[in-house]
Design a protein around this ligand. Structure first.
Ligand code: BGC
Length: 347
């Protein structure tokens, strides 16, 4: 066994990629998990199914687990940290071999990692990073890059003007990474005086109503003089667009987004939302399930990227996002079957 893991280690060094190994099983208070021969048991702890994308994540994780012959138990916390922690505990008590966690709060979820590791159960952070913890693997898209893409798109189309920045939930590290990416790109234009930031806020719980309020406030303060809204996802873009429409500015202000959710893509072809970021969820979900099975079996997982979570460099798989506007909806989202032509154009 020892020589096998040494071999794996050498292979990883040779391939120059980081390989993730499951944590050793520790026996606490006389409880060691007995190795079992049946299918791998995966627990998937989700924050929410609110945004359309998460329903897709759930369905695709279920599909892949079935294809791979794994048992899957999915729990959804509906935005409640106490519920998510309890559901994760229950999954561990039921004896899952590995946990996939899409955390509501990236800091609080560190306790889930600790509880899992006490039982020798590896944890994958799904889409959102789990902070200050010894989490085994992070699978997501290149989140800071998404922020850059949103800002690059905005600057290319509106090189000068008044901007509103609408971030996501501050308890979701993705919201922070997005803002970092956006600011990297916008800073030189701000310093030159080309771009003026009218409002720079985060929408609690990624709520559309918060985005609506932030936009209304910015419109009032400037006498409707806003040229671009860098909204961090499609939900907040929707809120911003409602405020613009109420002010008679629908389609006249550039609005970014993320997720390629159906209503947002409909708005893009209609002209009220300018762009979104398309993240093909299938790859994310399938990679997560495949990696979970490997970790549960104590097999190495190739993780070409890494990201610091405040405690360590977490081995990561970071997938590529795609910019979508009305010019490439057909050749991306519709071509992939993410939405059908009829769903988007109505015919
Ligand atoms: C995800 C986005 C999603 C948002 C709200 C983020 O962590 O990356 O895709 O829109 O959460 O659920």
């Amino acid at each position: 066994m020892r020589s096998l893991s040494r071999l794996v280690l050498y292979a990883c060094v040779l391939l120059a990629v980081s390989c993730v190994k499951a944590p050793p099983e520790t026996s606490t208070a006389g409880t060691t998990r007995a190795a079992h021969s049946g299918p791998v048991r995966i627990g998937f702890s989700m924050d929410t199914l609110k945004e359309e994308r998460w329903q897709r994540d759930k369905e695709l994780v279920e599909q892949r687990a079935k294809e791979d012959g794994a048992d899957l138990d999915v729990q959804v916390a509906n935005g409640d940290d106490a519920v998510q922690t309890k559901q994760a505990d229950n999954l561990l008590t039921k004896g899952v071999d590995v946990l996939i966690v899409a955390p509501h709060n990236g800091e609080i979820a560190a306790s889930i990692v600790e509880a899992a590791h006490r039982k020798g159960v590896p944890v994958i952070a799904y889409d959102r990073l789990i902070m200050n913890s010894d989490v085994d693997l992070y699978i997501s898209h290149q989140v800071a890059r998404i922020g850059e893409m949103q800002a690059e798109y905005a600057l290319q189309h509106v090189p000068k003007g008044n901007y509103v920045l609408i971030g996501g939930s501050p308890t979701d590290y993705n919201a922070i990474l997005l803002r970092q990416g956006q600011m990297t790109v916008l800073k030189p234009a701000i310093d030159r005086g080309d771009v003026k930031i009218i409002s720079d806020q985060f929408a609690r719980e990624w709520k559309a109503e918060e985005a609506l309020r932030i936009t209304e406030d910015a419109l009032t303060r400037t006498g409707n003089n806003i040229q671009a809204i860098v909204a961090s996802n499609d939900g907040t873009a929707g809120g911003a667009i409602s405020a613009l429409e109420a002010a008679g500015l629908g389609g006249k202000v550039l609005v970014t987004g993320q997720d390629a959710q159906r209503d947002a893509v409909q708005r893009i072809v209609k002209g009220t939302q300018t762009m979104t970021i398309y993240k093909p969820i299938r790859t994310l979900a399938f990679d997560a399930v495949d990696a979970a099975i490997k970790l549960a079996r104590k097999q190495p997982v190739n993780a070409p990227d890494k990201i610091n979570n405040g405690k360590k460099d977490v081995p990561a798989i970071l997938l590529e996002p795609i910019v979508v506007d009305k010019n490439n909806v057909d050749s991306t989202i519709i071509k992939d079957g993410y939405h059908t032509r009829e769903e988007i154009y109505g015919h």
